[in-house]
Design a protein around this ligand. Structure first.
Ligand code: DGL
Length: 358
């Protein structure tokens, strides 16, 4: 005997089953992205909705960051790990080694398609470049931060995190090196830098240019890195527990060699000279650098200017002094490349090759 009520129940059960299987199918198709949280403003909180400076960084855990953006579930199958919880001015070589090893372990897993790292913005560009040189995979690794804490009006963290996850889940980001995604923009780790102390558009790639944009939940690339990175890098930190001590000395009018001499006496294996102009050396400092070189300290001439090439044998006779020119790397990034170069060689000519390769 036909029973219309039972038929209606069976019909709706069938519809639910089809819906669930379509969701399950869609979930199966979503890329698997792991979020590694390290702290910073993106995990920060302030006393009021108008507190955009003077808040506390690194107070919100990764699970709450993910829960605050339920839209993440539409673009990736997300898991979270709290690697550390620090303000990024406290980032250390040891933190970098821990992070790089965790990233490489996860990316070697077939069930991880990409990684997002939430990070304070103060040293985000440095961590990004360190990973650009040490990640042994072509899978996407995206660093993201925020210029305002989550408690502020128009907080930028949630949309930055959403964009970073969809970028890390995308095919377009594969093989592009470590990326930095904030303010709807995509930057290469090597050339991006923080250009403003507090505004949401702080991260820029002056002159050399950003790689693309994220708009309407989709990444758009218009260029890609030209220097070696990630899987093509010669650096391997898997067995390292420390990195060579490399320090930076800053050039300015009336500079003295006191800071330089103190750093060399403290055991620096390399010195980055952040010179004025095209990496110029004041007479008062040049003698100290020559002395340091004679003691085996590797000297790299960079510039405080921020853009342009520091030319070999330009403002100093590098051939004669046995110094290295930093090419376009700013001092804080030149320090990272020199640290890793010194894990492979002390040969200044090999190190100059490395600065023209990465
Ligand atoms: N203390 C700074 C840091 O963790 C806050 C800046 C930020 O994350 O935007 O880098």
């Amino acid at each position: 005997m036909f029973n219309p009520v039972r038929a209606r129940c069976l019909q709706s059960l069938l519809a639910c089953a089809m819906l669930l299987s379509s969701y399950a199918g869609a979930a199966e198709k979503l890329a698997h992205v792991t979020i590694l949280a390290t702290g910073g403003t993106i995990a920060g909180s302030g006393n009021s909705s108008t507190t955009t400076v003077g808040y506390t960084a690194a107070t919100v855990g990764v699970d709450r960051l993910i829960a605050a953006v339920p839209e993440l579930a539409k673009v990736a199958d997300v898991k979270g790990e709290q690697v550390f919880q620090i303000a990024s001015e406290n980032m250390s070589n040891e933190h970098w080694l821990t992070l790089a090893k965790r990233v490489n372990t996860l990316l070697a897993q077939p069930d991880v398609d990409g990684i997002v790292i939430t990070h304070g913005t103060d040293t985000l560009e440095e961590t990004a470049y360190f990973l650009d040189l040490t990640v042994k995979s072509k899978k996407p690794v995206v660093l993201v931060g925020a210029m305002r804490p989550g408690t502020a009006l128009s907080a930028d963290g949630p949309i930055n995190l959403y964009n970073a996850v969809l970028l890390a889940a995308s095919q377009e980001a594969v093989g592009k090196g470590v990326l930095v995604a904030l303010n709807d923009q995509i930057h290469a780790a090597r050339d991006v830098t923080k250009t403003n102390t507090s505004t949401p558009d702080s991260f820029k790639t002056p002159e050399l240019g950003l790689l693309g944009y994220i708009q309407g939940s989709k990444p758009y690339f218009y260029r890609q890195p030209t220097r070696k990175h990630t899987a093509d890098s010669e650096f391997d930190v898997s067995k390292l527990s420390a990195l060579p001590q490399v320090d930076i000395v800053y050039g300015y009018a009336n500079v003295s060699p006191v800071a330089l001499n103190a750093l060399v006496a403290a055991g620096a294996k390399g010195i980055i000279h952040a010179g004025v102009g095209d990496g110029s050396l004041a007479t008062s400092v040049k003698a100290g650098l020559v002395e340091a070189r004679k003691k085996g300290v590797l000297i790299v001439r960079s510039s405080r200017v921020g853009q342009g090439i520091v030319a070999r044998n330009g403002e100093a006779n590098d051939d004669e002094l046995d110094f290295v020119a930093s090419d376009t790397l700013n001092p804080q990034k030149a320090r990272i490349l020199l640290m890793l170069a010194l894990t492979k060689t002390n040969d200044s000519k090999q190190i100059q090759r490395i600065f023209y390769t990465y």
